[in-house]
Design a protein around this ligand. Structure first.
Ligand code: UDX
Length: 437
């Protein structure tokens, strides 16, 4: 008999997981407390931008296997319940806010059937799964809880969910592992690595992976600082060290650093949790990783001042990119938008372009000017900043753009543009971590 699956929380992670589980042939119901989100998903529209997801959602809705509801009681006959609710940073500290995960367990515990398995996917501080399991079992002794962290990247969410590079399951018994093996049978047949762990290790895998990625980015940004001081070029340095397979070339793109809904908050929550556990010394380095990351934004603004003047009041600055990374409309902790806002606060007249994130960016910083036209963004600009490496910015003809600006200076905050091409067209080209002479 086909397994019936519920997905609790239909944000970015949950909506993707629900559509992907349905595409594997399971009967899936997505549940959320936000009726607007449910109405949108049920009508085949995702309330954010993610390549390929909208199309998949529509196919799966039409198949009849996938549905959405705001009524928790509809999940009572499901065999598995994936918890995909958010765990944002608390407003008054570094820790993760666990209100939604505990709320989800409290809501479903009394109504789920005997033998069903609750599977946590949200990123939580180590120790949370065991607490949730005790709460669940206190109310519903015949249910069980496992942890199965997700590693999906925005922009590749569908691909990462259907073809993950590994599957990690934190379980306390063989039956739970067996049920998860059924869910992921297709991946197992394709020989996706399957890592069985206890609950705390499964929770830790996620934050350890994100800490490692954040460390790699801040490492190369630290090298960028040294390159600037010494007259070196961080892009050449990154390429050279990346050829060593022990290091690897990915996540060595120097620039304005990491942002988004995961990396920044996850490393902070990890530090906060380590402190509670008395292991703060072990993660002391993450404080430095965070500082290097935040400093990259300040260094970018320093470059702007160096090229224009200390006083930015009244200067026209064009910003290309608002999303925290390309192929996403997410502006949560976006380095690009943060820099745009800081420059605006210093008195500059900032106009921001982004192919997808304008709406979200405007909601966050209504004082900035926004446009959907690159030409309109740069017209009359004293300086252009390239802050999110969308493909369409690499396709710009620098010679054509030059005709529109007042002052042909561009600073590449992502080290993604072709410096020689821009210089050949007459631009003064600057970049973080490259000798800026
Ligand atoms: C990340 C993890 O990659 C994913 O496994 C986890 O599940 C969630 O968090 P995501 O937030 O989608 O995914 O973004 P990611 O692609 O990791 O990029 C994070 C940030 O780092 C972006 O702001 C990106 O611009 C920046 N970055 C990435 C760099 O500055 N340099 C790099 O070399 C790579």
């Amino acid at each position: 008999m086909t397994l019936k699956i519920s997905v609790i929380g239909t944000g970015y992670l949950g909506a993707t997981h629900a559509a992907c589980m349905s595409s594997l042939g399971f009967e899936v119901i997505g549940i959320d407390i936000d009726p607007a989100k449910i109405a949108s998903l049920a009508s085949g529209t995702i309330p954010f931008y993610e390549p390929g997801l909208q199309e998949l959602l529509q196919v799966e809705l039409a198949s009849g296997r996938l549905s959405f509801s705001a009524n928790f009681h509809e999940i009572s006959d499901c065999d598995l319940h994936f918890i995909c609710v958010g765990t944002p940073q608390v407003k008054d500290g570094l820790a993760a806010d666990l209100t939604y995960v505990f709320g989800a367990i409290a809501a479903i515990a009394p109504i789920i059937k005997a033998g069903s398995l609750v599977v946590g996917k949200s990123t939580v501080p180590v120790g949370t799964a065991a607490k949730l399991r005790s709460k669940l079992l206190a109310i519903n002794p015949e249910a069980d809880l496992a942890w199965n962290p997700e590693f999906l990247r925005e922009g590749f969410a569908v691909e990462d969910t259907l073809k993950p590079n590994r599957l990690v399951v934190g379980v306390t018994n063989d039956r739970a592992e067996g049920l998860l093996r059924e869910v992921y049978a297709k991946n197992l047949a394709e020989e996706t690595p399957w890592v069985v762990a206890d609950l705390p290790t499964a929770e830790l895998v996620k934050v350890a992976a994100n800490s490692f990625l954040a460390t790699k980015i801040s490492f190369i940004n630290a090298m960028a600082e040294v390159c600037e001081a010494a007259g070196g070029d961080v892009t050449v340095l990154a390429k050279a060290i990346g050829y060593d397979p022990r290091i690897g070339s990915r996540f060595l793109q120097a620039g304005i650093g990491f942002g988004g809904g995961c990396l920044p908050k996850d490393i902070r929550a990890f530090m906060a949790r380590a402190q509670e556990l008395g292991a703060e010394q072990a993660l002391e380095f993450l404080r430095e990783i965070d500082s290097i990351n935040v400093r990259a934004r300040t260094r970018m603004i320093d470059l702007v001042r160096k090229d224009l003047s200390e006083d930015l009041r009244g200067r026209k600055i064009a910003v290309l990119g608002a999303a925290f990374k390309p192929d996403s409309d997410d502006v949560r902790d976006s380095p690009a938008l943060d820099i745009a806002a800081q420059i605006q606060a210093a008195g500059a007249l900032v106009t921001v372009h982004d192919p997808k994130a304008i709406e979200n960016a405007r909601r966050r910083f209504p004082v900035l000017n926004f446009t959907e036209e690159i030409n309109e963004c740069v017209v009359g600009a004293d300086l252009v900043l390239h802050l999110t490496e969308w493909k369409l910015y690499r396709e710009i003809d620098p010679a054509e753009l030059l005709k529109l600006v007042s002052n042909p200076i561009i600073i590449d905050g992502r080290n993604a543009l072709d410096r020689d091409r821009w210089r050949a067209a007459g631009w003064k080209f600057r970049a973080l971590g490259r000798s800026n002479i």
